[in-house]
Write a protein that binds this ligand. Structure first.
Ligand code: NDP
Ligand code: 2IT
Length: 446
């Protein structure tokens, strides 16, 4: 291991003993940057890695709101403004009971490299709260979103920091937050992305992460294996925004998707998932994935979501959450002949799982590259807002496809340059970091 990288990782251990997810992300990134760091002594001299892993700003705040029955609730919330060297902070907001400082920091660090890979001028940020949207009424969701923005509004802005959605935050929540932001600031400048289409949202933003994941995977299959989605069997974890639109595009590209999940369990349908039904259950009724078998009696439901990786498939698309695919799952996937594992979720594979897939010559599409289509299209939403225009679905979708193909080519090129065409993880980390570190060096000490 490189001494400089080792020292920076050791310092993180001492400073942040409890931030497990953050240190996992930092270790994955820094270890793969070693060959680049060794070629660029100016990085150590200017303490670029030390600066790169320390967020520019970390805001932690209280959110107080009221239940329908008059009960008062108190939640913790965060916004990490990680790195603005190449543009305004940009990244989603996550509402989930597991949210803590470590998770928000890992997401912010990843976002910095992801946004750099899109080729658009966006820095990295992330935020969220330990608020659990499950079981809350529509009005409770609205009151929480309003209370959240009543604190956060002072820290964001179209040129400063532009939040969007993530787990538990979709168009509904973005709508309530944007409404409150507009009310407080008295301006309509599009400060959040993922907005409704009637008030500045971009067509194809809803589909973008899932579609982009498939564009990336399709290009990788074509380049590396001279294959495509066509006639391949696909397993997708999750059944939220990313999973649903990954499923839609994979089917359109000729694949058969046989399994999806939520945090309770997974469904397996050997005839191919009925996506219209999944949309009805999850998007319209906000129900549970097990309801699927009430309609499709041939399908099976299994409690517990991690077993989904035991299903034999050609392409696996983890689209639920961090660390959902461990070494044991990776071994089963490889044994079953998987050709590609591309990540729709952020850091869904554990470090050991990712390295195992790369070693076994599986096409491994790391999250920061493979799921960058969502934030890239958020960048396109910002462009449309600034120019007071709304582009057609086709225009946005074409730009998205071009961006995803470029991201793959860039990562693949660098992976090959550094000696292993299957190490797209190294490719992505170096490609993303090169631009950010140059921008930091050129802008002086800060
Ligand atoms: P959603 O809230 O729409 O869906 C999340 C899905 O993942 C649900 O099916 C949920 O199940 C499941 N899930 C969440 N937490 C867990 C858990 N702890 N264990 C098992 N399953 C879980 O979120 P998104 O689809 O937007 O996000 C999914 C992933 O994609 C996240 O990692 C996110 O960071 C990443 N991502 C999202 C982007 C976007 O544009 N939205 C862009 C890039 C990445 P349940 O309903 O039971 O909670
Ligand atoms: O992880 C991600 O890239 C997102 N949740 C989307 C961020 C955005 O600003 O659109």
């Amino acid at each position: 291991m490189n001494k400089y990288v080792e020292r920076v990782l050791n310092e993180l251990n001492t400073k942040y003993p409890n931030e497990v997810e953050f240190k996992q992300a930092a270790s994955e990134i820094l270890n793969s940057l070693v060959p680049y760091v060794e070629k660029h002594p100016e990085l150590e001299k200017n303490k670029i890695l030390e600066r790169f892993v320390e967020p520019e700003r970390l805001i932690s705040f209280r959110v107080v709101w009221e239940r329908d029955n008059g009960e008062v609730e108190v939640n913790r919330a965060y916004r990490v403004q990680f790195n603005s060297a190449i543009g305004p902070f940009k990244g989603g907001l996550r509402f989930h009971p597991s949210v803590n400082q470590s998770i928000i920091k890992f997401l912010g660090l990843e976002q910095t490299l992801k946004n750099s890979l899109t080729g658009l001028p966006m820095g990295g940020g992330k935020g969220g709260s330990d608020f659990d949207p499950k079981g809350k009424s529509e009005r409770e969701i609205m009151r929480f979103c309003q209370a959240f923005i009543t604190e956060l509004y002072r820290h964001i802005g179209q040129f400063r920091d532009v939040p969007a959605g993530d787990i538990g935050v979709g168009a509904r929540e973005v709508g309530y937050m944007y409404g409150q932001y507009r009310r407080i600031c008295n301006e309509s400048v599009g400060t959040l992305t993922g907005k409704g289409i009637t008030f500045g949202g971009s067509l194809a933003r809803k589909e973008a992460t899932g579609y982009g994941l498939c564009y990336f995977t399709e290009e990788a299959m074509k380049e590396i294996l001279n294959e495509s989605f066509n006639n391949n069997i696909v397993v997708i974890s999750g059944s939220g925004n990313v999973a649903i639109y990954a499923c839609e595009k994979a089917i359109e590209l000729g694949a058969k998707v046989v399994a999806m999940s939520d945090s309770d369990g997974y469904i397996y349908d050997e005839n191919g998932i009925d996506l219209a039904l999944v949309k009805e259950i999850k998007e319209i009724n906000r129900g549970r994935i097990k309801e699927y078998i009430n309609v499709h009696k041939n399908a099976t439901y299994v409690e517990g979501s991690s077993g989904i990786w035991t299903i034999k498939c050609d392409i696996a698309l983890p689209c639920a959450t961090q660390n959902e695919l461990d070494l044991e799952s990776a071994k089963i996937l490889v044994k079953n002949g998987v050709k590609a594992v591309c990540e729709g979720a952020n850091m869904p594979s554990t470090l050991e799982a990712a390295y195992y897939l790369i070693e076994n010559k599986v096409i491994y599409g790391p999250a920061k590259a493979a799921n960058a289509g969502g934030v890239a299209t958020s960048g396109l939403e910002m462009s449309q807002n600034s120019s007071r225009l709304q582009w057609s679905f086709e225009t946005v979708d074409n730009k998205l496809k071009e961006i995803m193909i470029n991201i793959f080519k860039n990562c693949y090129q660098i992976a090959k340059e550094y000696g292993n065409q299957y190490d797209l993880l190294k490719g992505a980390n170096i490609a993303g970091f090169e631009k950010v570190s140059k921008a930091m060096l050129e802008q002086g000490l800060m």
